[in-house]
Design a protein around this ligand. Sequence first.
Ligand code: SF4
Length: 383
Amino acid sequence: MQNTFDIQPILDRVLSGERLTGDAAATLLASDDFVRIGLAADAIRKRHHPENVVTYIIDRNINYTNICNVVCTFCAFYRRPGGKDTYVLTMDEICRKIDETIALGGTGVLMQGGLHPDLDLEWYEELLSTLHARYPKFQLHCFSPPEIHNLHLITGLDYATILQRLKTAGLNSLPGGGGEILDDEVRRRVSTKCTSQEWLDVMRAAHTVGLRTTATLMSGIGDTVQHRINHLQKLRDLQDETGGFTAFINWTFQRENTALGRRIKEELTGIDYLKMLAVARLFLDNFDNFQSSWVTQDLRVGQIALRFGANDMGSVMIEENVVSSAGTTHRADEKTLRHLISTAGFRPQQRDILYNYINRDEAAQFDARDSAKLEELSVAFAD
Ligand code: SF4
């Protein structure tokens, strides 16, 4: 049955500058009138980014280990300690991947992995300081809150101490992975990793020591509209407090090869994704940047997302192992992303991890495009 109640009064209030309440956001998420929600989100996007630019980044997702000591039923990537097919990348392997990324015009790396039970803080410090010494301008965007929480369990140190030491060793910023849905009623059902409060506490500590971070939301894991609103409310409150989030990225659960995927009957659709993105743009009025997750939604939906509140096309990424383990195989090179941005009516602009513009010359962009035809050039895990 269609939900056709009139949402225009809510949208008018947001457009006049009023803060969206949780109840009003829930009404929007429950509505089928997604085009009007998208139009409002597009208008708010324009206020944050009047220059008509849509950004993208060239980077690489390095998953330094697939060994993980917790279980997430939505994950097809992890391997249990001592299991088959486990790995921890060597420094040489990581450096080779970074060399390839730089050759393709890349400016940074998103490095994260499973929750390894034995790698201690010194291992991570050594990794970062070696990479920072070898590639001083290359940005290291690494270790999501569950990994920091895991280090806290291993070392007994508090989050701020761990993060300060990692920052001193060369860490530039933190990815917002592991957020999923910040409501423990949902998290407890699908994962044994850190709680919502622990995820938020890691982010607060990161912002306190001067590290910027992103924030994520993954819907479609048994969450309700109210769970999603609770998640957004927690992000908005923390952003009011610290201002440390650079961007918000949402996507929908990718089910292939996962235990949860075999149990969940109905997968969320492109409309669910776009509506969630648009409502997030309206609710998170203190976030500047919203990424399109074309990687999980495909390129066409990813392009439409630019008119549903997104101002960033995410990543031309040279390697991705996590959502591809869960069956997602959408691919694009730099030329394709720039074309999609242009034909949606925007000027494409390469950026770095902190959303600063990168100005490579035209020829270098075409070089990157040609290199990016390599079969290996895969797609980005959202963020
Ligand atoms: S999502 Fe991360 S924490 Fe969860 S099982 Fe996979 S690798 Fe481990």
